[in-house]
Design a binder for this molecule. Structure first.
Ligand code: SAH
Length: 253
């Protein structure tokens, strides 16, 4: 499928979602607690690959003095985020920015916190943690979720799936070593529970599929995308003991 069509279909499918990937308010708050941010100071935060703002809104509510730049490649998501920020009464704390996460326009040493949930895989974890580090102040926080094996030696079927979809998948000790080698110290690690995937992401996405199909009748790519979404949800159900998102909270050394 050509990339432009895929992107526009993905935006159409996910625009009405509260989130565009697995996660939850509790998970964001747990990561925030391990970051031990000074809630009274005017933290300069970037939420990278923010979608319609699931985590940006939680951060804005809980860090009332922070200035959050919510960054995404797709202005459609950011327009929804802006409306939601108004509804939540946090518009003053959030500004949006259309940019690609591999070409961020922030100055070096300017950010107190980089937040990124379910998004760094778009450029790859290793590349992302290296590219973003210079933008953080010394001691600044990176809070990032990344697909992670929960145990070594997963079954062949799921190993094969991830080998094609995202070969960077690895165990938490491997990811933590990458972070340490890239110049970060670990502050916290947690695993997204199944409800973050199923109740909060796959089930709401499945309920939007009929409407999505009806908006694009007779388009093979739409059927392919729907089949892919279902396949992924089934694989998660079958192999949820073997992989999840790990949430890594680290400080720039
Ligand atoms: N953080 C949100 C969205 C996760 S989905 C949440 O947890 O709900 C991944 C997000 O990354 C999508 O919103 C997608 O539009 C965005 N994205 C994909 N490629 C990107 C890129 N190169 N630069 C910035 N954002 C990108």
């Amino acid at each position: 499928m050509n990339q432009e069509l895929l992107f526009s279909l993905l935006v159409d499918l996910h625009l009405d979602g509260d989130r565009q990937g697995p996660g939850s308010i509790d998970t964001t708050l747990r990561a925030l607690a391990s970051a031990s941010c000074d809630t009274s100071s005017q933290l300069n935060i970037a939420d990278i690959g923010c979608g319609t703002g699931a985590s940006s809104l939680v951060l804005a509510k809980n860090l009332p003095n922070a200035q959050i730049t919510a960054v995404d490649l797709f202005p459609e998501f950011l327009a929804v985020l802006e409306k939601r920020a108004e509804q939540y009464g946090v518009s003053e704390s959030i500004k949006t920015l259309v940019a690609s996460m591999d070409a961020l326009p922030f100055s070096e040493n300017s950010l107190d916190v980089i937040w990124s949930e379910g998004a760094i895989y778009n450029i790859g974890f290793k590349k992302g943690i290296e590219l973003w580090r210079p933008l953080l102040k010394k001691g600044g926080i990176l809070a990032v979720s990344e697909i992670t094996w929960l145990h070594p030696d997963p079954p062949k079927e799921i190993r094969r799936h991830w080998k094609t979809e995202y070969p960077e998948i690895a165990t938490a000790p491997d990811k933590i070593k990458q972070l340490e080698d890239a110049g970060y110290d670990l502050l916290g690690y947690s695993v997204l529970p199944p409800s973050d995937w199923q109740e909060n992401y796959y089930i709401p996405t499945q309920t939007r599929l009929p409407g999505f199909a009806a908006r694009h009748p007779g388009i093979q790519e739409v059927q392919d995308l729907i089949a892919m979404e279902k396949h992924e949800a089934n694989l998660y159900e079958k192999f949820k003991d073997w992989f999840s998102y790990g949430f890594y909270v680290v400080a720039k050394r």
